[in-house]
Design a protein around this ligand. Structure first.
Ligand SMILES: O=C(O)CCC(=O)C(=O)O
Ligand SMILES: [Fe+2]
Length: 223
C-alpha cells in the first residue's frame, strides 16, 4: 500500500495543475503545460501511434463533418486514428480527460458531456493551416486539447502549434514545441491556431470536449 502522504501529495499536485489550467482558460482562453502528462503514459501512447503508422493503420484526415467532410491536403496533412479504448494507455489517457471534464464542468459550468480524440501523425512537410475547431452556432466542440508525444523535439524541428488571440486573430500569442508531456487546451470556438510545417514525423493526440448540439431537430453527427 502507498503511504498516505504520498497519495495526498499526488492529489495536491493534480489539484494544483487543474487549478492552473482553469485559471489560464478563464484569463486567456488557452493553457499550455509542459510535463503535464506522465512521461510513461506519453511513451506508451507514442509507441502505439508509431506502430499504427508503420502498419498503415492511419487514415488521411479531412476537414468538415458529416456530409461536408472532404480531404484537403492543402489545408491539413496529418493522418489519424480515433481513440477506441482498446489499449491500457488509451484508457488511462481517457480517464485523465474524464477528470479534466469534471473539473471544467465544476469550475466553469461548461456542461461538457463527451470527449472525442484521435491520434495524429504529421509526416515531414505536413501542416494544418490556421483554423478554429468549432463554428459559432454549431458549438458542439467547446474545449480543444492536444497532447504531444514526440520524446525529443529539436528547436529547428518545425511543427510548432501557433496560437492566436481570440479578439485579435492576427496576433500570435504562443508557439508550442510538440514535446512529449506538453498539453495544450483552448476554447474551440474562439482561439485560432495552426500547425506549422514539420520537418520530422510529429506525433500527438487531438481531442475535444463536446456539448450536445442538435440543430432544429437534426441530430448532430458524431464526427
Ligand atoms: O496538433 C496540433 O498542435 C493541433 C492540431 C489541430 O489543430 C487539430 O487537429 O484541430
Ligand atoms: Fe485544431
Amino acid at each position: 500500500m502507498q503511504p498516505l502522504n504520498h497519495v495526498l501529495d499526488h492529489e495536491l499536485v493534480l489539484r494544483d495543475k487543474l487549478a492552473q489550467l482553469v485559471d489560464a482558460l478563464v484569463a486567456h482562453g488557452w493553457f499550455v503545460g509542459e510535463n503535464f502528462v506522465d512521461a510513461g503514459l506519453c511513451q506508451a501512447l507514442y509507441v502505439e501511434l508509431m506502430t499504427l503508422a508503420e502498419h498503415d493503420a492511419l487514415n488521411a484526415a479531412g476537414i468538415g463533418r458529416g456530409k461536408q467532410h472532404s480531404l484537403r491536403r492543402d489545408i491539413r496533412g496529418d493522418a489519424i486514428h480515433w481513440l477506441d479504448r482498446k489499449t491500457l494507455a488509451q484508457r488511462q489517457y481517457l480517464t485523465a480527460m474524464g477528470t479534466l471534464q469534471r473539473e471544467l464542468n465544476h469550475a466553469l459550468y461548461l456542461g461538457l458531456f463527451e470527449f472525442e480524440a484521435h491520434f495524429a501523425h504529421y509526416p515531414p512537410g505536413a501542416f494544418y493551416k490556421k483554423h478554429v475547431d468549432s463554428f459559432q452556432g454549431r458549438a458542439n466542440r467547446v474545449v480543444s486539447t492536444v497532447l504531444y508525444l514526440n520524446p525529443d523535439w529539436p528547436m529547428d524541428g518545425g511543427g510548432e502549434m501557433a496560437l492566436f488571440d481570440a479578439d485579435q486573430p492576427k496576433c500570435e500569442v504562443a508557439r508550442i514545441l510538440p514535446r512529449a508531456g506538453t498539453f495544450a487546451c483552448f476554447f474551440s470556438e474562439s482561439v485560432p491556431h495552426e500547425v506549422l510545417p514539420t520537418r520530422l514525423p510529429r506525433a500527438s493526440i487531438a481531442g475535444w470536449f463536446r456539448r450536445n448540439a442538435s440543430l432544429g431537430g437534426l441530430i448532430d453527427p458524431a464526427r
